[in-house]
Design a protein around this ligand. Sequence first.
Ligand SMILES: NC(=O)c1ccc[n+]([C@@H]2O[C@H](COP(=O)([O-])OP(=O)(O)OC[C@H]3O[C@@H](n4cnc5c(N)ncnc54)[C@H](OP(=O)(O)O)[C@@H]3O)[C@@H](O)[C@H]2O)c1
Length: 404
Amino acid sequence: MALQASSFLPSAVTVHKEGKSSFVVKKDSAFLGISISDHHKSDFSVVSLRSKRSLAKKSNQSRGLTRAQTTSITTPSITRATTDGKKTLRKGTVVITGASSGLGLATAKSLAETGKWHVVMACRNFLKAEKAAKSVGMAKDSYTVMHLDLASLDSVRQFVDNFRRSEMSLDVLVCNAAVYLPTAKEPTFTAEGFELSVGTNHLGHFLLARLLVDDLKKSDYPSKRLIIVGSITGNTNTLAGNVPPKANLGDLRGLAGGLNGLNSSAMIDGNEFDGAKAYKDSKVCNMLMMQEFHKRYHEETGIAFSSLYPGCIATTGLFREHIPLFRLLFPPFQKYITKGYVSETEAGQRLAQVVSDPSLLKSGVYWSWNKNSASFENQLSQEASDAEKARKVWEISEKLVGLA
Ligand SMILES: NC(=O)c1ccc[n+]([C@@H]2O[C@H](COP(=O)([O-])OP(=O)(O)OC[C@H]3O[C@@H](n4cnc5c(N)ncnc54)[C@H](OP(=O)(O)O)[C@@H]3O)[C@@H](O)[C@H]2O)c1
């Protein structure tokens, strides 16, 4: 049985030149962990046609997927002149995966209510996402729900097709969705037979991001960003990252074997299945891929690639598969003992900053926040910043998702 506690204590920060709330970490943050157990309805009146239609209806029906709501919108030009002659930026379009709950939903709400963003909620459960958007008071014309099941590469490709047909510009992509299966005794698998945590959190997002980077390239928005949500738990240079089982991709033999649990291990490192470790390994892949995207695309495209640790949002659905005692004790433990707790609202505001704040535009960065909620560039663990490993994970992943 396990109880996890964490406290987020950057030990030394210096002001980062790009923004007054940005800091560069000199030493690593401490995170105490104990584990007990086991658009664009643009505000300028260009053509804006909103329609609910099932573009993917045919193929979705044949695969039993829920319907997709798409919006046909002509992207307005980048700026418009106001009556006083000042130019204002058009609404940006941000795609957020897993926006039906937790961090994704809070971020969607935070961005939508600024009036500056149209949010595409890329979710596996259409009705849940629609209800979630309503429940947090998102204005109807501030979002579009589109179906995406990251545990199916077909669904990822279908989402990309649907998104392109909507004719929205893609300005920011946020890879946020995740599953965490800490109590699973046996591995479960995606539609293509990859272990579910790595298959969803890493491979599904990898295919999505690789395909949509072409759409980001085409955007005329001044700050195009691709954000992949990371986690402290995948960073073994922190106390939390040292709570067993620790993330470790090993020599990648399981990943190279296809993570199918039949002729290869379901784990990236080729060892016995461990659900908590599979999640942490998937987060290492997320952080490695952010850096590899930066290396391969930033200079050529100007897209800013970043990752982040939003803080310990102990109340989200991420912990839904954990034992009831853990779910009961984890939030108060984080709030009152470790003080590492961050509310969903605040975490959403943090991720929203990474989407839109000019001071968080630097590429190749893993963002964190200190106790005063000031952002700083954090250091990744040795493994999560291993350039050679990043290259290998990229190449193997390209083969697994059918891009090589
Ligand atoms: N909670 C924390 O303390 C914490 C800390 C560090 C990092 N994070 C990261 O924050 C991100 C969001 O997590 P959260 O805490 O907000 O958890 P959450 O509330 O469980 O949100 C996860 C989201 O992912 C979606 N999802 C799961 N499987 C999917 C699939 N196959 N296809 C499409 N969407 C799928 C879920 O959809 P449904 O609504 O349909 O289930 C849900 O919307 C994750 O990347 C997580 O690693 C969280």
